[in-house]
Design a protein around this ligand. Sequence first.
Ligand SMILES: *[C@@H]1O[C@H](CO)[C@@H](O)[C@H](O)[C@H]1NC(C)=O
Ligand SMILES: *[C@@H]1O[C@H](CO)[C@@H](O)[C@H](O)[C@H]1NC(C)=O
Ligand SMILES: *[C@@H]1O[C@H](CO)[C@@H](O)[C@H](O)[C@H]1NC(C)=O
Ligand SMILES: *[C@@H]1O[C@H](CO)[C@@H](O)[C@H](O)[C@H]1NC(C)=O
Length: 276
Amino acid sequence: MSPFGFWGLPAALLALLCCPGSGEKAPEQVAVKRGEPYKVNCTSSCPHPQIRGLETTLNKVELQKHAQWTEYLVSNVSQDTVMYCHFTCSGKQMSKTISVRVFHPPEQVLLELQPARVTAGSPFTIVCSVPAVTPLEKLTLTLLHGKKPLHTQTFGSGKDDPQEATATHNATAHKEDGHHNFSCRAELDLRSLGGDIISSVSEAQALQVYAVAPETEKDLQGARSLEDPETDLGPTYMSGVSTTTAASGAPQGLSPALAEGLWQAVGLLGIFLFLM
Ligand SMILES: *[C@@H]1O[C@H](CO)[C@@H](O)[C@H](O)[C@H]1NC(C)=O
Ligand SMILES: *[C@@H]1O[C@H](CO)[C@@H](O)[C@H](O)[C@H]1NC(C)=O
Ligand SMILES: *[C@@H]1O[C@H](CO)[C@@H](O)[C@H](O)[C@H]1NC(C)=O
Ligand SMILES: *[C@@H]1O[C@H](CO)[C@@H](O)[C@H](O)[C@H]1NC(C)=O
């Protein structure tokens, strides 16, 4: 039995919930860029706090001290950690928990089209990678064709340390009137951790689509280009190609199965109406 007996726990909870300044407040969540210094403002509702401080394993210096708040600078934040602002108010100890989540923004976003030159109707793969980023579960990679999102990838939770994140998408090249490049957008959403959204976009990449297979083109041009095939066999440079997604397999129109299903539904509805 605890010294407070049966009412110990409810009383302790009450002390936490009621009366501002009488107990511990909800932990504050902050996002800190890995390796960067971070300013912490410890405030107190107590008019004249006596003893006060910041408890942390990180290196800290006091920057400013006023009646109800103290500003500290903590440096070299390399891992998720917890800090405590504490005060003594009229002999009572009070503290506030600050939960620190380390992040590394997607500074570099790399996009690769494999291959970069294809025949219309052929498959190609879009690979987007961010060499170093954390926390992974807050990252979204979006593969874009022009402004149109082709594929979105999210991730499970990873380590504290920055790591590589990759999104891969298979598509089929085909000629289209649009003139759009491919790009990849990386977005790290730190809002739930007390931060902002940090986003970064890769360089635009053009896909070169041959209308006809180079071999066929060579045959067609035959005699004329035998001397210098290279110059005559330039690809049709098209930055505008549309893709169908192999990953989701979503066709443009109705699939035969779906269409059949629809007709069956229409038929059933007819029978139903007839019976009424
Ligand atoms: C710290 O917080 C207090 C209370 O919110 C505020 O008055 C003060 O300006 C803050 N100090 C700094 C340096 O931001
Ligand atoms: C910063 O943190 C790293 C890793 O924890 C450590 O190796 C390094 O000595 C620290 N630097 C300073 C200046 O404290
Ligand atoms: C893309 O296609 C390759 C083979 O061409 C396959 O190994 C890979 O798993 C596919 N990736 C996706 C995301 O469908
Ligand atoms: C596509 O990207 C290339 C560079 O890779 C650029 O020169 C070209 O202007 C871009 N085209 C469009 C339509 O944005």
